[in-house]
Design a protein. Sequence first.
Length: 125
Amino acid sequence: MDRQLPAQVQIGVNINMLDIDQKPDGTLDAPFVFTVNYTPSIAQISIKGKAKITGSAEDTKKIVDEHKAQKSPPVQLIQAVSNVAIADAILISRSLNIPPPLPPIPQPQTAPTQPVKQADSRYTA
């Protein structure tokens, strides 16, 4: 039985980076949970995974040290995980026939129209 979706649906997206683990090969693993919540409660999408981080020993050590100091993960890591998870969430939402977790597209604002001045064709000497 197909139900009609409500006229207004709010979509909330959340990403949690759970930990950053140092691996013996010098790479890092960063487990995450990406969640999409719908209001009214028509669905919830949760995507769990691990981001693999590679880089110089200096860069990976800096990431681990900052994580231990309870600082936020690097913006590049959050963006990379978010981009991949949002693509998966869009595919899942499409198969469930629910709105995709995309930000609304802003409508172009029309500038107030001003009368166009005609060029003055008079010449004064």
